[in-house]
Write a protein that binds this ligand. Sequence first.
Ligand SMILES: [Mn+2]
Length: 270
Amino acid sequence: MAQYVVGDIQGCYEGLRRLLDKVEFDRKYDKLWAVGDLVARGPDSLKTLVFLHGLGNAFDTVLGNHDLHFVAIQAGIKPAKRSDLLAPLLKSKKSDELAAWLRSKPLAHRLDKDTLISHAGLYPQWSLKKAVKLSQEVQQQLVGENWLALISAMYGNSPREWDKTLQGFDRYRFIINAFTRMRFIHNQTTLEFETKSAPSAGSGALRPWFNVANTKLKKQQTVIFGHWATLMGQTLSSKFIGLDTGYVWGNSMTLFDLENRKKISIRNKG
Ligand SMILES: [Mn+2]
């Protein structure tokens, strides 16, 4: 039985299938996790979701910003952007069921004692245990009767700093932003959403989240994440495993084999 984590798929069904074929993925024996952003920007979001949903227990995912945004569009809270290429998914009869399925997923998940996956990474003040607890707080809301209010309230950049006394939508918005949109951190604690480029230096006031010291993270622990295509998986640390290698932008899609800790990629032949 092999266990894999795949990077951002973003509706690139054909690439996903080629990557799974390359490792001879067998849904009877193997398990696939995704780091989120299953949909949007690529050509086949509907086919991708139908396929992944159809894998049943052989597949699971954490939520990415594009997955949550699809849930918001599907619920009528946000208008669809043409560049997201979501029209066939939104028109499909399966759209309700697929959105509800995504909504039931966590923001962060511990694959084992020492391995966390989330879409954007781990906020430097949180332990793996804390991350899962905060993810569960939001997940409870997303499957509860007030989910629509939360989906409406999740947009926005503030608060930018974690404070354990945060409550209600401010608390949930920070947790969602940290797990799905984080890249750079300003002055050790402040989420910065404006910069999307790759980090040019690991010092100064603006650092990638994984270059901010996390005293709660144990030596043997690793964080697997996606979201940051311009990184191309380069964190310069074996503790932080970046899997978004920008297939949707013409680069490659990457799968991480949890057993041998190796990355396998395929190129977008565009
Ligand atoms: Mn993303």
